[in-house]
Design a protein around this ligand. Structure first.
Ligand code: SAH
Length: 330
């Protein structure tokens, strides 16, 4: 339903304290640092491959990768072996990423379809990327599933069931009630399949973090945010962040169908605490002023508390069949 080809992401840089939304790496350095150590830990478990592809899809302001790489500085061989690729469409974000990451000589790609195909293991992260990919919605009307489209009607945009289509995902639901909405993201599924196939073949691991749900679910999660507030997604096209909740049930099934192993989803809060988020906060606070300490603790709480980002955001890892359970998932 949404297309970032021309529009929201390509016309500005909306992430950040003053932007439309704020993301985990912008809230606290702990997020990126722990993910960096998690990547390096998986690289060690994979037998420290000499060269590998290190990829981030949708790096935004580049903070996550900058914190992750700083945290892995002392891991001998990790940075030297990494070929860093950043998948980013927006020019504004690319220049922010260049400022933070130029010492690691990244290569930029326009889309995930251009990911390097080489025979090397792939270590990939994507935070709040899957939610930005387009979805299709289906509505249950008069006992049949119909595709819901955006139409121009009487001077404004409106949602309308248009043609009869029964999506495969509807098999998961018996007797839906009238008006129920079912969401499917073909691009998300295709991306997960492509990455899973690559990992099944060449090894490595992928980490996806996003707001979403783990069990097959019905409902309309399409939403728009402008200046941190929900707005009508049909108003002022191109001016708000359009997202939908990620169906991690589908992510996990696609990964397994493509021949890889999937772990999770686990709640972001649980994942970060298992990786030592509290210990890292205490470490940072031990050298900080009381004001900074308060900011560190607020950031930690925001990332892990179940009433903040801790439960809404989920984490899934995809690795090769037979590889050990990655840290944070046991
Ligand atoms: N991961 C970052 C930013 C998330 S916002 C963080 O955690 O802060 C989504 C990012 O994906 C932005 O950088 C946006 O420009 C990029 N993006 C969105 N759709 C894209 C697409 N189809 N192809 C490539 N990049 C895309």
């Amino acid at each position: 339903m949404t297309s970032p080809d021309k529009g929201y992401y390509t016309s500005g840089a909306p992430i950040g304290v003053d932007g439309d939304f704020i993301t985990a790496p912008e809230i606290s350095q702990i997020f990126g640092e722990l993910i960096g150590l998690w990547l390096a830990d998986n690289w060690i478990r994979a037998g420290t491959p000499k060269t590998f592809d290190l990829v981030e899809i949708g790096p935004g302001r580049g903070q996550l990768m900058a914190d992750a790489l700083r945290a892995t500085k002392s891991m001998s061989g990790f940075q030297a072996g990494a070929n860093l690729s950043l998948v980013e469409k927006s020019k504004a974000y690319r220049s922010m990423q260049a400022k933070k990451l130029s010492t690691y000589s990244p290569t930029w790609l326009d889309s995930w379809q251009q990911l390097p195909e080489g025979g090397q293991p792939l270590f990939l992260i994507a935070n709040e990327f899957l939610d930005a990919l387009p979805i299709c919605q289906f509505e249950f009307v008069n006992n049949t599933w119909m595709e819901r489209r955006i139409v121009w009607s009487e001077g404004s945009f409106a949602f309308k069931p248009t043609r009869t289509i029964t999506p495969a995902a509807s098999d998961n639901f018996q007797n839906p009630s009238e008006g129920t909405v079912l969401e499917v993201s073909e691009e998300r599924d295709a991306l997960v399949r492509a990455i899973s196939k690559r990992i099944a073949k060449n090894g490595g691991i992928a980490l996806f973090i996003d707001y979403g749900y783990g069990a097959a679910k019905l409902g309309d999660s399409f939403q728009a945010l402008a200046n941190g507030k929900p707005v009508n997604p049909l108003d002022n096209p191109g001016s708000a962040d359009l997202t939908s909740h990620v169906n991690f049930f589908s992510v996990v099934s696609q990964a397994r169908a493509a021949g890889a192993e999937a772990f999770g989803p686990v709640d972001q809060g649980v994942f970060l605490l298992r990786l030592g988020a509290e210990i890292r906060a205490t470490q940072l606070a031990s050298k900080a002023t009381p004001e900074k300490t308060a900011i560190i603790n607020q950031g930690l709480k925001r990332l892990v508390h179940p009433l903040q980002m801790g439960s809404l955001f989920k984490v899934v890892a995809i690795s090769r069949n037979g590889s050990p359970v990655p840290a944070g998932f046991d």
